[in-house]
Design a protein around this ligand. Structure first.
Ligand code: XMP
Length: 515
């Protein structure tokens, strides 16, 4: 049994980031929903509790709240943002809503006000920048608490009750924008909760394989492979657990990159997976014909994928489970069903839909992990680098990069340009350090001149970004000479393109994909 930290999720977009930070410190954590009872939490014998942020205001009548007996369990508690406000309110303090200076969003300078803080101890700088994202603030401390830092507008930024080992932070230590945020979490788990750091990712692999064995037993599992890291790692893990009882299906929707379906099938063979290949490209293209709205495209692709996959899966006798390579950013960006918080940004096509429709039980071993953790896992289970380091590729494929109407001709244009972009980045030694690099085809025509003739052709966008987890991203600064070569090659070699532009937008405000 590993030591546990329990993270109580009150609906923050950052909750799994807290879990991830703990994993980086070799600490095992369990994320539970806010409505869990104190008794259930005690069953985990936690070394400490963390209450996450959340989108509510503690003063609203139907705001998320937690079982107040949680504060009697006897282990240290850290409340983050909304979690701190809940801690203050439940223990008798007052939280201000909507008053002047009560809200702060973005990176804010924080100043220490108490030299004897246990959490922000003597090793901690007097001033530091931290990410704030709150509308309310604690205006009266509960009995037994002291404030330890404040912002420049005099808002209480952290509190603690040293004898009970209750700590509250108005800012987010789990995000990279908070300086020394990791140090705060380390102090909490190691010095205050007395964790030893007895967990690592290979424990996760062993634990997950044995869990899959015990859950699935001798029943059959079907899996839709996409060519990507997430579904491949999930399939190899499940294959290790149940062998031949895993049957994979690869649906070619006609929206893959140049030569990709063939390359992907070859890799699966090498990994020893049992894969049925289905070419459904004509069906997808005919149903997408004339559709230009991004969400409608995603919905059609999602529905067709279900139909095609379902028809194949039905042929697999005795299938009881559906394996999906869902990872955490997919879950959060698609909105968490039935829970407060997490707004819908895009309908990611690999979440939802399938299992309910097919009457299959759902297996999602990677659901709580981030992409780089999945890659680390792939290494632990000895998967080849070319699979592990494949750049993320969206489920709806080139459909969300081919803006406007999707036709075979426009897709082929996009494929050719995209292949040139990636080839030149590889040649310049840049590709492997970029999170994602791809082309987008715009349904916009501009005038050009080639030879002595006028052209009136569509535009290719070069999109390359750096990211840690796809939740935020920074556009990549690619050398101008490399860009020049790419632009010349695309205009010269790809029929129908006379202009190449570079996307210099980060996420936020843009998303990585254009649709
Ligand atoms: P956005 O465009 O939302 O993308 O910033 C975040 C990451 O997710 C990928 N993406 C998808 N992946 N199904 C997927 O499996 C999808 O429907 C989907 N849409 C976007 C995108 O490539 C980026 O890595």
């Amino acid at each position: 049994m590993n030591e546990n930290i329990i993270i109580i999720n009150c609906g923050s977009q950052f909750t799994q980031l807290i879990a991830r930070r703990l994993r980086e410190m070799k600490i095992h954590s369990v994320v539970v929903n806010w409505d869990i009872s104190c008794e259930k939490i005690s069953e985990y014998s936690p070394k400490g509790l963390i209450i996450s942020g959340g989108p509510d205001s503690v003063n609203e009548p139907d705001a998320i709240t937690i079982d107040p007996k949680i504060f009697e369990i006897g282990c240290p508690v850290l409340g983050i943002c909304y979690g701190m406000q809940l801690m203050a309110k439940i223990n008798g303090g007052i939280v201000n809503s909507g008053e002047k200076n009560s809200s702060e969003y973005g990176v804010t300078l924080i100043q220490k006000t108490n030299e004897n803080s246990l959490l922000l101890n003597e090793n901690f700088p007097d001033k530091f920048n931290a990410l704030m994202s709150h509308g309310d603030n604690v205006s009266k401390l509960p009995e037994g608490f002291v404030s330890t830092t404040k912002t420049q507008s005099n808002v209480i930024a952290s509190i603690e009750n040293q004898s009970k080992k209750f700590f509250g932070l108005q800012f987010h230590p789990e995000v990279v924008h908070t300086e020394n945020g990791e140090k705060i979490l380390r102090t909490f788990v190691f010095d205050i909760c007395k964790c030893s750091g007895d967990w690592d990712l290979s424990d996760w692999v062993e634990h997950t394989i044995s869990n899959i064995k015990n859950t699935v037993k001798d029943e059959k599992v079907v899996c839709g492979l996409s060519g990507g890291v997430d579904s491949s790692v999930s399939a190899v893990l499940v294959n290790r657990a149940i062998g031949e009882n895993l049957q994979c299906v690869f649906v070619n929707h006609g929206l893959m990159r140049l030569n990709e379906p063939e390359q992907v099938m070859e890799q699966y063979k090498k990994l020893g997976l049992n894969v049925i290949y289905v070419d459904a490209s004509e069906k997808f293209l005919s149903e997408l014909s004339g559709v230009t709205d991004p969400e409608q495209k995603r919905k059609i692709i999602g529905r067709l994928f279900i139909e095609v996959f379902e028809a194949e899966a039905k042929k697999i006798e005795g299938a009881k489970w559906l394996l999906q390579g869902t990872i955490y950013p997919d879950v959060i960006e698609s909105g968490i069903k039935g829970k407060k918080g997490a707004a819908l940004i895009k309908s990611h096509h690999n979440v939802g839909g399938l299992p309910e429709k097919m009457n299959l039980k759902l297996l999602e071993p990677l659901r709580d992990l981030f992409k780089d953790e999945v890659r680390a896992l792939g290494k632990i289970i000895n998967m080849p680098d070319e699979v592990i380091n494949r750049q993320p590729f969206p489920g709806p494929g080139l459909a969300v990069r081919c803006l406007g109407e999707i036709t075979k001709k426009r897709l082929d244009t996009l494929r050719e340009a995209d292949a040139i972009f990636r080839e030149e980045l590889k040649r310049a030694g840049l590709y492997k350090n970029i999170w994602q690099a791809f082309c987008v085809l715009l349904p916009v025509r501009s005038v050009g001149v080639m030879g002595d003739s006028r052209t009136y052709n569509e535009v290719i966008v070069l999109r390359a970004i750096h990211s840690q987890d796809a939740m935020t991203a920074e556009w990549s600064r690619i050398d101008f000479d490399v860009l020049d070569k790419i632009s010349k090659r695309i205009c010269n070699e790809v029929k129908g393109i006379n202009r190449v532009v570079l996307d210099v937008t980060s996420k936020p405000p843009a998303t990585i994909e254009w649709e």
